[in-house]
Design a protein around this ligand. Structure first.
Ligand SMILES: [Zn+2]
Length: 145
């Protein structure tokens, strides 16, 4: 576990740069996905912002992906039970927007919610991931644990 197990779990980092950056963030003691902190470490642009979520390319995309977006709640929450019906509807709108913008014909939406030791999530702040595979011969596998 990390020095800030309440915010991140570095043990679940998949890439060396991700692990290195997460250690720096842990030293700073801030939540990496809260909007006011995101630009301190995340170099891809915020491509869309709504009332409940913002959208940005994942800085550490899964292997064999053509697109890997993060759709992150504006508010610091950890559990999807805290989402309103309006927030769920906006998540759908963001997914539709991504698919239209990039002419995507199929993708995977996933969201880890709650206790990171049960989900394999690296950051506690609630976020969805929209993933599109790049190789039709390889399924996009999500890593848990
Ligand atoms: Zn946060």
């Amino acid at each position: 576990m990390t020095d800030k197990p309440d915010l991140m779990n570095i043990d679940y980092a998949r890439k060396p740069l991700q692990r290195e950056n997460m250690k720096k963030i842990a030293e700073g003691g801030f939540c990496p996905f809260c909007p006011e902190h995101m630009k301190k470490h995340h170099t891809p642009p915020i491509v869309k912002t709504g009332a409940h979520w913002y959208v940005t390319p994942n800085m550490y995309p899964y292997d064999n992906t053509a697109h890997h977006f993060l759709i992150v709640t504006n508010e610091h929450i950890a559990d999807s039970k805290e989402l309103t019906s309006e927030a769920w509807a906006e998540l759908q709108e963001h997914m539709n927007w991504i698919m239209e913008e990039h002419e995507i014909e199929g993708g995977t939406l996933l969201m880890r919610s709650g206790d990171m030791t049960k989900t394999g999530s690296t950051v506690l702040h609630l976020h969805a991931q929209f993933i599109v595979g790049s190789d039709p011969d390889k399924a996009v596998i999500t890593r848990v644990g």
